[in-house]
Design a protein around this ligand. Sequence first.
Ligand SMILES: Nc1ncnc2c1ncn2[C@@H]1O[C@H](COP(=O)(O)OP(=O)(O)OP(=O)(O)O)[C@@H](O)[C@H]1O
Ligand SMILES: [Mg+2]
Length: 387
Amino acid sequence: MKTNPGGALAPNEVVGRDRLIEKLWSILERQSLVLTAERRMGKTSIVKKMAAEPQRGMRVFFRDLEALRTPLEFVDCVYQDVQADLSGRGRAMNRVRLFMDQVGGFELKGLKLPKQAAPHWKTILTKTMEDLAEHQEGLLIFCWDEIPMMLDNLKRDQDEAAAMEVLDTLRSLRQMVPTVRMVFTGSIGLHHVITRLKEKGYANAPTNDMFTEDVSPLAFEDACDLARGLLVGEGIEIVEGEALVGAIARSVDCFPYYIHHVVDALRWTTQARTVEQVDEIVSTHLCDDANRWDMAHYRERIDTYYADVEQMLALGILDELAATDNPLSQRELLDRLSVQGTGQNPELVRKVLTLLGRDHYVEKQKDGSYRFKFSLIQHYWRMSRGL
Ligand SMILES: Nc1ncnc2c1ncn2[C@@H]1O[C@H](COP(=O)(O)OP(=O)(O)OP(=O)(O)O)[C@@H](O)[C@H]1O
Ligand SMILES: [Mg+2]
């Protein structure tokens, strides 16, 4: 196996996700799914593997929605996927065609939906799903990667109402067509998009019928398998044997993306490939001005997605948690934030703690105290902010 940090993986290069994928299939038997995780954890790789290796009797469609900017473009993607699937099996999309004939004024020429279809996107989407359901007994699974990005684009290029309508239409489709399942993933949290819509009066809970599953880093054994596989694949002599393999996995909290990066750096280093060298590589990249591991994202995300009043507080909380090795209770955090001059509003502190939890910065312990969820990100935070 070759190093490929951030690139597209072939299904057989996706290490250590078999049990999770088994669980996701079983969830999909009963309901749709929101797959969340810290960035670069491997969501896209998991969903693509599922689409490439579907369960028997299921139809699985994968689409990256990042570049879409209108509801019609989105419906067009779904329409094209379904059309390709059905025409490949000699089936026609009768409902869609009949609807087009009825409303008149435009006809389907070629693969793309014409612009004049824009006002009818909801009906076309529903009829597309119904046409597919008619010809398929098993489940119809639509994996939509980067759907939060598409909603953000809709909000920006059209208006908030367009994004709300898409979310509501998808929810009602899940109720109307019982064999349809949707998988939502993306590199930005859907909760950020929905929070912004709520500020504009959106009152619905558009994913409360879906199951939310969080993707964790790899299990230690799997992280070692990945590190070993990459070292061997790159022809790197493993002088310190399993100690080096374990050090790579541990040094990056078993994040597969950073394992690829560490092995890639080991490949090019002129130093001996030792455990110390692994630590050196990690430390160097955590405070790398060129931002090759994209660590700056953890700091920039606060400015992009947190409200003005939340930003200082989020930074204050993360600074306090980064600077200590022990978890801090809410009381301790409030005291420390008061000293900083940011902790006057305990309700806001609680809200920001919840947001930081949803963005995978912090984790609430069983006793109610908080700590950084990943020591790698804590390490970055400490170094980058000079704590
Ligand atoms: N299971 C895995 N086995 C091997 N490598 C992996 C695995 N999962 C992720 N990677 C590595 O991490 C990189 C990022 O994976 P992927 O794009 O699937 O993450 P993501 O969670 O979709 O990221 P983003 O949040 O940016 O959309 C891959 O290109 C690969 O280098
Ligand atoms: Mg992705």
